[in-house]
Design a binder for this molecule. Structure first.
Ligand SMILES: CC(C)(COP(=O)(O)OP(=O)(O)OC[C@H]1O[C@@H](n2cnc3c(N)ncnc32)[C@H](O)[C@@H]1OP(=O)(O)O)[C@@H](O)C(=O)NCCC(=O)NCCS
Length: 374
């Protein structure tokens, strides 16, 4: 069995296709370059869940359905006020989703969560993820959480709830495009977790909690804040090469580079780079471009047979920082987008379910016996 299931196909899907050689990502037949910055995130959620771009009327209805469900309960706000101020926002989101699972329906306990339809639950989760992240962020800064605004789109409202200001169009569009780009990505680790969990016919909230826990690791969604730390530590162009060499000499990885499937530049990275150019501090952007070029050269020298290019996390960090999102909330912001993909896979798994239960090859000893005490 290839380590890390590298290259192993474990499911069929109609949701997204990654062409790692050509560097393409396709959602339900549409190349992401056709979608990001062209249609709003809500359209893409509809596309991922139903296979269709919504009509104008359907989009208006779906957007208002999401907007209507953005508020979170006073009891959830009370919980957020009890959380330590230095908690990881993604861990807070994970626990908040567990609480939502207990209280989401008028009937009782976990069975309540199991009883609602996945699309209905998914709509609430897409609506409430940004509210939870933004509310916790304000609470930990000693400010009152804001009521969500129904007249704003998903990205615009998220930035409004974080900062208290309706964002400039350029920034709202950049975060909307970011949400579109990060919404789904084949059978990545967190999506696989969600599918494994839901295949047992557990409730949707439990499957989403499993996915959030998996997203948190630095080899998956936890990298963009580490990219930001890296750029901050490098500081200026002349430090780039020595910093990268030192890091690699100590056996560590360069965050924001490499991918299990892409053997060329991640197509999302290209778009995020152009968004970063538009909205990031030009000095930070220049430093990132310098770091990208140098890291690619050094990694290419060290791994001539394995293309190690920028992945989605590298320029995400610039786009998110320039939009006023705190560094430690980058991965929670990723979750606000990826919940759309997790839900699409949960819906797909449930439509033709069989429990996902692979086997392991036992390589330990056999036939040992307990020696009686002498
Ligand atoms: C994304 C990632 C987990 C993919 O892992 P993977 O497919 O299992 O790749 P492997 O661990 O098999 O790496 C293959 C080789 O490339 C090297 N490599 C991979 N990514 C690297 C990186 N970012 N920096 C330095 N070396 C890297 C590995 O050390 C390994 O070298 P070896 O064959 O000499 O041991 C990996 O590239 C990584 O850790 N990247 C940094 C974290 C990151 O940006 N995460 C966000 C992912 S979107």
């Amino acid at each position: 069995v290839p380590k890390g299931l590298d290259g192993v196909i474990v499911a069929t899907t109609q949701i997204s296709k990654i062409d790692g050689t050509a560097g393409r990502l396709i959602y339900r037949g549409y190349d992401i370059t056709q979608l990001a910055g062209v249609v709003p995130f809500e359209s893409v959620v509809h596309l991922l869940w139903t296979g269709r771009i919504p009509s104008e009327k359907e989009l208006i209805d779906f957007k208002s359905e999401i907007a209507d469900r953005r508020s979170i309960s006073p009891s959830l706000i009370s919980f957020l006020k009890t959380v330590p101020r230095d908690a990881n926002p993604l861990s807070v989101l994970r626990t908040a989703v567990s609480i939502l699972g207990l209280t989401s329906s008028s009937s009782k306990g976990e069975d309540a969560a199991a009883s609602s339809s996945p699309i209905d639950t998914g709509t609430s989760l897409v609506a409430q993820f940004p509210t939870i992240v933004a509310s916790y962020d304000r609470i930990r800064r000693g400010e009152d959480p804001l009521e969500p605004r129904k007249d704003l789109g998903q990205a615009e409202n998220y930035l409004y709830m974080l900062t208290g200001r309706v964002p400039e169009t350029e920034r709202a569009r950049a975060v909307d495009a970011y949400f579109v780009l990060l919404a789904d990505h084949g059978l990545n680790a967190s999506t696989f977790s969600a599918r494994v969990a839901i295949s047992t016919l557990t409730d949707v909230y439990s499957a989403i909690v499993a996915a959030i826990g998996t997203l948190k690791g630095p080899l998956h969604g936890g990298a963009p804040s580490l990219v930001w730390d890296m750029l901050s530590e490098i500081g200026e162009a002349r430090n780039v090469r020595p910093w990268i060499n030192k890091r690699l000499e100590s056996g560590e990885r360069i965050m924001g580079f490499g991918h299990r499937i892409y053997r060329t530049e991640d197509p999302r990275s290209k778009i995020l780079k152009s968004l970063a150019k538009q909205i990031a501090d030009p000095k930070v952007y220049e430093l990132a471009v310098e770091t990208e070029g140098e890291a690619r050269r050094i990694l290419q020298e060290q791994h001539p047979k394995r293309a190690l290019d920028t992945n989605v996390e590298f320029y995400s960090s610039l786009v998110l920082n320039a939009s006023g999102i705190p560094k430690d909330a980058f991965t929670a912001t990723f979750a606000c987008s990826r919940v759309a993909g997790w839900m699409a896979h949960i819906i797909e798994q449930l439509s033709d379910n069989r429990i996902i239960r692979p086997q392991s090859e036992y390589v330990g000893p056999e036939n040992l016996s307990i020696e009686p005490n002498a």
